[in-house]
Ligand binder design. Structure first.
Ligand SMILES: [Zn+2]
Length: 441
């Protein structure tokens, strides 16, 4: 098994992440977060919000609707260009992303280039291909009772447009001074031709995006500042090892249609280096297009100089699932123990761990131990909220389970606790055990 399979298996076994619609045989490209996964995901999202919004004076939050007026996606260019090259095998009718079958190809691959590469169908092994077609990745739906061309709407493919369309609302109600940012967390949907790599390429994902509005002449300097802050967040706040985080300057031909400069921040996942997040300079592309399409002014009036202009924007955008997977990959390890056994550990930073403490009585069938342990549990729960109780199996098994879900400290009440009012505190990473007075916990 590869490390990624081990992580997928642990996620399922311990209630972090399940296949979406598992009971009906699954739904490709969808994943459900279980009890432990929800805690981890929320910790990550809350820490992000705290770092980027709560602790700053230049950031404001919004929470926009997922279904937006379809003109949004015409103005943003998504209707015309948010598409992948789709190729179909004429023999077995298998459909694939053409650029993924040809080594080194980009999304702009042509049918001639594809045929020249002499690729065989991954399903049937034949070489009888149709023309490449552009496949738009937006999920379509209809709003209201009549399903015709006039009622077409889309599930948003990015949260960003919910920010841009509210730019004027925020400016007219909060009166922020440039530069300032608007942040949003929420679901986005992409009808991927072939979802894969566990939660890395799914059809429904959660995004955390910021649109940071700047004066046109100041973008370069602020771009570098935001880039440094992203690294601070990923490495010092989330705790990803800096050696696993890399900047990749995206060449012009691979950049999204709206971007003048993009840096992909990549992470060394178990299956290779992949994009973790993007930092893109989107110029005034979005606001200017909204201005054209809506007829409403998107200009910002400088309070000091009185000059009016459409601000430019820099966008740090991160997929929550990609960050969850990076955190899990960095934390996962297997250790050989002295007795020949193995233990699996999720060395999650304390701030991210689903539970901070696990409390248990040494023996489940001794009421006096259980009572004392319940007292300690209640005490810790008051202080830390995320405390779990475990009296299943023997103490060794409990330690293994808590190691696997990343609980930093296990607190065990034994017979000495009754005499001395102290407990054993066992550390997840070192497995060392120390005695601590209950009042000092
Ligand atoms: Zn085929």
């Amino acid at each position: 098994m590869s490390k990624i399979d081990d992580i997928v298996s642990l996620c399922k076994r311990r209630g972090f992440i399940f296949q979406g619609s598992d009971v009906y045989g699954g739904m490709a490209g969808t994943w459900d977060f279980g009890p432990l996964g929800v805690l981890l995901k929320r910790n990550i999202m809350n820490i992000w919000w705290n770092y980027w919004v709560d602790q700053r004076d230049d950031m404001y939050g919004v929470d926009a609707a997922i279904i937006m007026n379809p003109r949004t996606w015409e103005a943003s260019g998504h209707v015309a260009t948010f598409a992948d090259p789709l190729i179909e095998c004429k023999e077995c009718h298998g459909r694939f992303r053409a650029d993924k079958l040809v080594e080194g190809a980009t999304e702009s691959i042509t049918t001639d280039e594809f045929l020249a590469a002499k690729v065989k169908c991954p399903t049937c092994g034949k070489m009888n291909w149709d023309e490449i077609k552009k496949f738009n990745m937006m999920f379509q739906t209809h709003v209201g009772p009549v399903a015709d061309d006039n009622s077409i709407a889309y599930l948003r493919p990015e949260t960003a447009q919910g920010i841009f369309t509210n730019f004027k609302n925020v400016v007219d109600t909060i009166y922020p001074s440039l530069p300032f940012g608007i942040a949003q967390q929420g679901k986005a949907f992409r009808n991927e031709i072939s979802p894969r790599d566990f939660i890395l390429r799914d059809r429904e994902c959660s995004q955390m995006e910021i649109e940071y509005f700047v004066k046109p002449g100041e973008w370069e300097e602020i771009f570098e500042k935001l880039r440094a802050e992203q690294h601070d967040f990923l490495e010092n706040v989330i705790g990803l090892p800096a050696a696993m985080v890399h900047d990749f300057e995206v060449p012009a031909e691979d950049r999204a249609h709206y971007s003048k400069r993009t840096i992909d921040i990549m992470f060394d996942y178990p299956n290779g280096r992949e994009e973790l997040m993007g930092l893109a300079y989107r110029t005034d592309f979005d606001l200017s297009n909204i201005q054209k399409a809506s007829g409403k002014s998107m200009e910002y009036r400088d309070k000091v100089t009185g000059e009016s202009f459409v601000p430019h924007v820099i966008e740090p955008s991160i997929g929550v699932e990609r960050l969850v997977m990076a955190v899990l990959s960095a934390a996962y390890r297997e250790e050989d123990l002295e007795d020949g056994d193995k233990r699996t550990v999720l060395s999650l930073p304390e701030t991210l761990a689903p539970y901070k403490f696990c409390v248990s009585p040494l023996l489940k069938n001794k009421p006096e131990l259980v009572t004392k342990a319940k007292e300690v549990y209640a005490l810790l729960k008051q202080k830390y909220t995320f405390v779990t109780w475990d009296d299943s199996g023997n103490i060794g098994k409990r330690y293994r389970k808590q190691d696997e879900i990343g609980t930093p400290k296990c607190v065990v009440v034994d017979f000495d606790s009754l005499e001395n009012d102290d407990v054993t505190v066992r550390d997840r990473d070192t497995t060392e055990q120390i005695r601590v007075k209950i009042s000092d916990l």
